[in-house]
Design a protein around this ligand. Structure first.
Ligand SMILES: [Zn+2]
Length: 178
Protein backbone atom coordinates (compact mmCIF):
# COMPACT_ATOMS: atom_id res chain seq x y z
CA UNK A 1 0.00 0.00 0.00
CA UNK A 2 2.83 2.41 0.83
CA UNK A 3 4.98 0.98 -1.95
CA UNK A 4 7.80 -0.08 0.36
CA UNK A 5 9.28 -3.45 -0.67
CA UNK A 6 8.04 -6.25 1.55
CA UNK A 7 7.99 -10.03 1.43
CA UNK A 8 4.37 -9.97 2.55
CA UNK A 9 1.46 -8.53 0.56
CA UNK A 10 1.34 -5.59 2.91
CA UNK A 11 4.04 -4.20 5.22
CA UNK A 12 3.79 -4.24 9.01
CA UNK A 13 3.64 -0.47 9.26
CA UNK A 14 0.66 -0.27 6.90
CA UNK A 15 -1.08 -3.01 8.91
CA UNK A 16 -0.42 -1.19 12.20
CA UNK A 17 -1.54 2.16 10.76
CA UNK A 18 -4.81 0.61 9.69
CA UNK A 19 -5.77 -0.43 13.22
CA UNK A 20 -8.20 2.09 14.70
CA UNK A 21 -10.89 0.35 16.77
CA UNK A 22 -14.42 1.72 16.58
CA UNK A 23 -17.65 0.67 18.26
CA UNK A 24 -21.18 0.62 16.82
CA UNK A 25 -23.08 -0.50 19.91
CA UNK A 26 -22.30 -2.14 23.23
CA UNK A 27 -21.70 -5.49 21.56
CA UNK A 28 -20.54 -4.65 18.02
CA UNK A 29 -16.93 -3.61 17.38
CA UNK A 30 -14.66 -3.02 14.39
CA UNK A 31 -10.88 -2.99 13.83
CA UNK A 32 -10.82 -0.03 11.50
CA UNK A 33 -12.72 2.30 9.22
CA UNK A 34 -13.46 1.32 5.64
CA UNK A 35 -11.72 4.36 4.15
CA UNK A 36 -8.46 3.23 5.77
CA UNK A 37 -8.73 -0.34 4.56
CA UNK A 38 -10.85 -0.35 1.40
CA UNK A 39 -7.96 -1.11 -0.93
CA UNK A 40 -7.13 -4.31 0.92
CA UNK A 41 -10.77 -5.31 1.39
CA UNK A 42 -11.50 -4.93 -2.30
CA UNK A 43 -8.50 -7.04 -3.19
CA UNK A 44 -9.60 -9.61 -0.66
CA UNK A 45 -13.23 -9.83 -1.74
CA UNK A 46 -13.23 -9.05 -5.43
CA UNK A 47 -9.77 -9.81 -6.78
CA UNK A 48 -9.54 -13.28 -5.29
CA UNK A 49 -6.86 -12.71 -2.70
CA UNK A 50 -8.14 -14.89 0.13
CA UNK A 51 -4.68 -14.79 1.71
CA UNK A 52 -5.60 -11.39 3.19
CA UNK A 53 -7.94 -13.23 5.54
CA UNK A 54 -4.98 -13.97 7.81
CA UNK A 55 -4.10 -10.29 8.23
CA UNK A 56 -7.73 -9.46 8.91
CA UNK A 57 -8.17 -12.39 11.27
CA UNK A 58 -5.06 -11.43 13.23
CA UNK A 59 -6.26 -7.86 13.56
CA UNK A 60 -9.59 -9.11 14.90
CA UNK A 61 -7.67 -11.15 17.50
CA UNK A 62 -5.87 -7.98 18.58
CA UNK A 63 -9.21 -6.15 18.79
CA UNK A 64 -10.73 -8.90 20.92
CA UNK A 65 -7.76 -8.85 23.31
CA UNK A 66 -7.84 -5.04 23.53
CA UNK A 67 -11.58 -5.06 24.30
CA UNK A 68 -10.92 -7.04 27.51
CA UNK A 69 -14.30 -8.72 27.30
CA UNK A 70 -14.97 -11.11 30.23
CA UNK A 71 -13.44 -14.47 29.53
CA UNK A 72 -15.96 -17.06 28.45
CA UNK A 73 -15.85 -20.03 26.19
CA UNK A 74 -17.13 -18.67 22.91
CA UNK A 75 -18.31 -20.36 19.78
CA UNK A 76 -17.20 -18.49 16.68
CA UNK A 77 -19.50 -18.09 13.72
CA UNK A 78 -19.76 -15.74 10.74
CA UNK A 79 -22.20 -13.85 8.55
CA UNK A 80 -22.94 -16.20 5.65
CA UNK A 81 -22.67 -15.11 2.01
CA UNK A 82 -25.53 -15.92 -0.31
CA UNK A 83 -25.15 -18.67 -2.88
CA UNK A 84 -24.47 -16.31 -5.79
CA UNK A 85 -21.65 -14.53 -4.00
CA UNK A 86 -20.10 -17.82 -2.91
CA UNK A 87 -20.33 -19.19 -6.43
CA UNK A 88 -18.61 -16.12 -7.88
CA UNK A 89 -15.83 -15.80 -5.30
CA UNK A 90 -15.26 -19.43 -4.46
CA UNK A 91 -14.94 -18.61 -0.78
CA UNK A 92 -16.94 -16.98 2.00
CA UNK A 93 -14.98 -13.86 3.08
CA UNK A 94 -16.26 -13.79 6.65
CA UNK A 95 -15.67 -17.52 7.13
CA UNK A 96 -11.98 -17.35 6.17
CA UNK A 97 -11.42 -14.52 8.66
CA UNK A 98 -13.38 -16.38 11.35
CA UNK A 99 -11.21 -19.49 10.85
CA UNK A 100 -8.04 -17.59 11.77
CA UNK A 101 -9.75 -15.95 14.74
CA UNK A 102 -11.16 -19.20 16.14
CA UNK A 103 -7.87 -21.03 15.72
CA UNK A 104 -5.90 -18.36 17.58
CA UNK A 105 -8.12 -18.50 20.67
CA UNK A 106 -8.84 -22.21 20.36
CA UNK A 107 -12.57 -21.52 20.09
CA UNK A 108 -14.82 -23.80 18.11
CA UNK A 109 -15.92 -22.52 14.68
CA UNK A 110 -19.51 -23.41 13.83
CA UNK A 111 -21.60 -22.55 10.82
CA UNK A 112 -24.83 -21.52 12.56
CA UNK A 113 -26.60 -19.52 9.86
CA UNK A 114 -27.36 -19.83 6.18
CA UNK A 115 -28.13 -16.93 3.89
CA UNK A 116 -31.27 -17.45 1.85
CA UNK A 117 -31.17 -14.07 0.11
CA UNK A 118 -31.09 -14.22 -3.68
CA UNK A 119 -29.30 -10.94 -4.39
CA UNK A 120 -25.79 -9.98 -3.34
CA UNK A 121 -25.60 -7.17 -0.79
CA UNK A 122 -23.10 -5.29 -2.94
CA UNK A 123 -25.80 -4.89 -5.58
CA UNK A 124 -28.35 -3.29 -3.26
CA UNK A 125 -29.23 0.13 -1.95
CA UNK A 126 -29.29 0.75 1.80
CA UNK A 127 -33.08 0.31 1.97
CA UNK A 128 -33.00 -2.90 -0.01
CA UNK A 129 -30.33 -4.22 2.32
CA UNK A 130 -32.37 -3.54 5.41
CA UNK A 131 -35.30 -5.54 4.05
CA UNK A 132 -33.43 -8.29 2.28
CA UNK A 133 -31.57 -10.04 5.08
CA UNK A 134 -32.83 -13.57 5.12
CA UNK A 135 -30.92 -15.84 7.50
CA UNK A 136 -31.94 -19.14 8.94
CA UNK A 137 -30.48 -20.96 11.94
CA UNK A 138 -29.23 -24.41 10.97
CA UNK A 139 -27.76 -25.69 14.26
CA UNK A 140 -28.46 -25.60 17.98
CA UNK A 141 -27.35 -22.17 19.22
CA UNK A 142 -24.58 -22.25 21.86
CA UNK A 143 -24.52 -19.94 24.90
CA UNK A 144 -21.78 -17.44 24.04
CA UNK A 145 -21.15 -16.47 20.44
CA UNK A 146 -18.72 -14.28 18.56
CA UNK A 147 -20.03 -13.54 15.09
CA UNK A 148 -17.59 -12.26 12.50
CA UNK A 149 -17.99 -10.34 9.27
CA UNK A 150 -15.60 -8.45 7.01
CA UNK A 151 -17.42 -5.13 6.58
CA UNK A 152 -20.20 -3.47 8.58
CA UNK A 153 -22.23 -1.10 6.40
CA UNK A 154 -25.91 -0.66 7.24
CA UNK A 155 -25.55 -3.12 10.07
CA UNK A 156 -28.57 -5.00 8.71
CA UNK A 157 -26.81 -8.36 8.47
CA UNK A 158 -25.06 -8.16 11.83
CA UNK A 159 -28.05 -6.86 13.77
CA UNK A 160 -30.44 -9.36 12.21
CA UNK A 161 -28.06 -12.22 12.95
CA UNK A 162 -27.60 -11.16 16.59
CA UNK A 163 -31.34 -10.82 17.06
CA UNK A 164 -31.97 -14.20 15.48
CA UNK A 165 -29.31 -16.00 17.54
CA UNK A 166 -30.91 -14.49 20.66
CA UNK A 167 -28.07 -15.30 23.07
CA UNK A 168 -24.95 -13.59 24.46
CA UNK A 169 -23.42 -12.49 21.17
CA UNK A 170 -20.53 -10.20 20.32
CA UNK A 171 -20.28 -8.95 16.75
CA UNK A 172 -16.82 -8.25 15.35
CA UNK A 173 -16.12 -6.94 11.88
CA UNK A 174 -12.88 -5.92 10.30
CA UNK A 175 -14.08 -2.58 8.95
CA UNK A 176 -16.95 -0.16 9.38
CA UNK A 177 -18.10 2.15 6.62
CA UNK A 178 -18.91 5.82 7.33
ZN1 LIG B 1 3.45 -0.32 3.74
Amino acid sequence: MCGKPTTKRICTKCINDMYEPVRSSNNIYHCTHYYKSSKMIKMYKYASHPSFSKIMGEMLCKLFIDLKIPEEVYTVTFIPSNKKSYYEKGFIPAKEIAKHFAKYFDFELKELLINKSKKRHAEMTQNERLNSVNFEIIKKVPKNIIIIDDVYTSGASMNTAIELLNTNTIGLTFAKTR
